[in-house]
Design a protein around this ligand. Structure first.
Ligand code: GTP
Ligand code: MG
Length: 282
């Protein structure tokens, strides 16, 4: 994309081509050497009082940290739940409001228990692991869900620096969330790695009657910034798996591509595979 590069120190951050876990520094990717999931969250700032959680014994060849960002209410948590569990639980919106992580099917929380009602709730920054098969290689995506509320931005910034990919969401029924995208891009430019893989997603496309953001406007924005773009629905599942799979393919190829292998083209892939819409090349 045509984001400006800033010369800033991001010491300690893992480059986008490294494999997780990064707790002991980035490791080179070794295709074919499956290893168990780490016991502790490998990324993010150290938090006093965090207990370690296991990865459930999933094996993988390479692993990457993916973050979901965007305004509060755009559907980040729901998108993650849809991808991880294939579910959409309609109901009261419970915003992600702090920091923690969970794994497997149930939440694991520290401190006071979170509310147990509502849809794709989470009360903290959380991550979920999912291993996807990419051309015979097991790619683990460690997907971090963040709080979209403005007041938590300074906390979530700290998680950007070692993210390999960012899914930037807006809500197609909420113009303000689309208007925030440029500000999000500025934040990303400031806090994320320069070579982070970035994709723009317009979520809630199932709510056609309430649409407030034209697809063409988002396509234009995406084109201006050279971002791959799709409309998604956490409710119906439209393009959700595709978004994560495309990211996994791009990251996997960046880290393991042999010189003779043809380059994976993310824009072309989602354009070909996406339903509804996808674009855009500058
Ligand atoms: N119709 C529709 N509703 C959705 C979709 N995704 C999420 N929602 C609803 O939008 C609301 C917000 O969803 P969340 O996933 O909690 O939003 P979030 O981006 O995680 O919000 P924060 O945690 O505050 O940053 C909930 O009421 C969801 O049920 C979707 O694809 N379609
Ligand atoms: Mg949330």
């Amino acid at each position: 994309m045509s984001r400006k590069k800033t010369s800033k120190s991001k010491a300690g951050s893992a480059p986008a081509t490294s494999a997780l876990p990064a707790a002991n520094g980035p490791r080179p990717v070794r295709p074919g050497t499956a290893r168990p999931c780490p016991e502790a969250p490998p990324n993010g700032p150290p938090q006093p009082g965090w207990s370690s959680i296991g990865g459930g014994g999933d094996f993988y060849d390479v692993a990457f940290k993916v973050m979901l960002v965007g305004d509060s209410g755009v559907g980040k948590t729901c998108l993650l739940v849809r991808f991880k569990d294939g579910a959409f639980l309609a109901g009261t919106f419970i915003s992600t409001v702090g920091i923690d992580f969970r794994r497997g099917t149930g939440p694991r929380t520290l401190g006071a228990p979170p509310p147990r009602t509502g849809p794709c709730w989470s009360w903290l920054v959380v991550f979920q692991n999912k291993v996807v098969d990419v051309d015979g290689m097991k790619v683990k995506l460690q997907i971090w869900d963040t709080a979209g509320q403005e007041r938590f931005r300074s906390v979530t910034h700290a998680y950007y620096r070692d993210a390999h990919a960012l899914l930037l969401l807006y809500d197609v029924t909420n113009k303000a969330s689309f208007d925030s995208i440029q500000a999000w891009l500025t934040e990303i430019q400031e806090h994320a790695q320069d070579d982070v893989v970035l994709m723009l997603l317009g979520n809630k496309v199932d709510s056609a009657q309430e649409r407030a953001v034209k697809r063409e406007d988002a396509e234009k924005l995406a084109k201006d910034y050279g971002l791959p773009f799709m409309e998604t629905s956490a409710k119906t599942g439209l393009n959700v798996d595709l978004a994560f799979t495309a990211i996994a393919k791009e990251l996997k190829q960046r880290s393991t591509k042999a010189p003779s292998e043809p380059r994976f083209r993310l824009h072309d892939y989602i354009k070909r595979e996406g339903r509804g819409s996808s674009c855009c090349r500058p």
